[in-house]
Design a protein. Structure first.
Length: 348
């Protein structure tokens, strides 16, 4: 039938012109669950929901059981709605054959949805491509990607208004940079901030004082302190992260990602391009703030310093994963080395 993004999927739900089979995947968990809820609301009569709605978790059931329910006739309703979460069809050739046979002769009174949410499919594998083709032929494939930063910011501005407060578009983007681009987290933060604002504007000060910082935002604070050579602030952030029981390997991965962002932006600027060009070349959709931060922080560093910093981060990564040396000590040593590199100081 067709391959949809969010816009087309939303329009289809609004029109009520449903396909009989869906495969839904993508980066944005909030959107996947939001649109499934809309489908349920529009398709099912609450009085007969227990008869016409069948939900399966992939790890807890067999495809045989799923397809038996999918072949049931609806009771006092137009559709029998079957939702299958995180069933890894691509792992079994026998399951694939069974599903392909079912999709080739779908009951008109059934809507079956295979949803990938907690499990991330390998979209480049030949097995998954065959599954996409089968669903595309029988119904609809939906890829719900991250919304752009601008779109999420507009949603937050509109959401603040609905909650009786106001939020400037620039402060909405600032909130994204502080709390990350997960829409469920952002809307929870918006609930809290709107309540605190008590009908007035959600200001930058309110965001700074009330919003929960994500790991990436804290690492941005760390990189900013490192580039400025402010050891006290840098170690304060590291101590905070350890106090929050953050995984040292994950902390290092985010530090590495921040330095990769800076290196990309630095190389782009050297070649006469902007960070917008970097965003188009790499996948920064919904994370445009990362490149703005990178553009700010990399200004004080040369390409040579950034390459040396990345080499040092790689060395620390190897030590973290292969030695019994205290992990906090290794990260503190890394911060010291990164500060020395930023200051242009040679060390043994």
């Amino acid at each position: 039938m067709s391959k949809f993004g969010e816009k087309e999927f939303k329009e289809q739900i609004k029109s009520g012109n449903y396909a009989n089979a869906y495969l839904i995947y993508g980066e944005e968990s909030y959107l996947k669950n939001h649109y499934i809820s809309l489908m349920k609301k529009n398709i099912l009569d609450p009085v007969f929901e227990s008869f016409n709605f069948h939900k399966f978790e992939g790890k807890d059931t067999s495809l045989d059981d799923i397809l038996k329910d999918a072949q049931m006739l609806p009771m006092m309703s137009e559709y029998n709605f079957v939702l299958v979460r995180d069933y890894q069809i691509e792992k079994s050739k026998s399951d694939q054959k069974l599903l392909f046979d079912f999709l080739s002769d779908l009951p008109e009174s059934t809507i079956i949805v295979f949803l990938y949410d907690a499990v991330e499919p390998d979209v480049k594998s030949s097995a998954f491509k065959k599954i996409l083709t089968a669903f595309d032929k029988a119904g609809t494939v939906v890829n719900l990607e991250k919304r752009s930063e601008s779109d999420v910011a507009k949603l937050l501005v509109s959401g603040a208004k609905k909650r009786g407060s106001s939020l400037d578009i620039n402060n909405a983007k600032y909130l994204i940079s502080v709390s990350g681009n997960d829409m469920k987290v952002l809307l929870n933060e918006l609930d809290k901030l709107s309540y605190f604002a008590k009908g007035s504007e959600i200001t930058k000060d309110i965001i700074d004082n009330m919003a929960v910082k994500c790991l990436q935002a804290r690492v941005y604070d760390l990189s900013k302190a490192v580039v400025a050579g402010n050891a006290d602030n840098a170690y304060e952030v590291v101590n905070t992260l350890f106090g929050m029981k953050e995984d040292p390997i994950l902390i290092l991965a985010v530090i590495g990602g921040v330095y990769v962002d800076m290196y990309r932006v630095k190389c782009a600027k050297t070649a006469g391009f902007s960070y917008d060009d970097v965003s188009h070349h790499y996948n920064y959709k919904g994370r445009e703030f990362a490149l703005r931060n990178a553009s700010r922080d990399c200004a004080k560093l040369t390409e040579v310093q950034l390459r040396k910093s990345l080499d040092t981060i790689m060395d620390t990564d190897i030590k973290l994963k292969s030695t019994v040396i205290d992990k906090q000590l290794l990260l503190e040593e890394l911060i010291a080395k990164l500060i020395l590199i930023a200051r242009g100081v040679e060390y043994a």
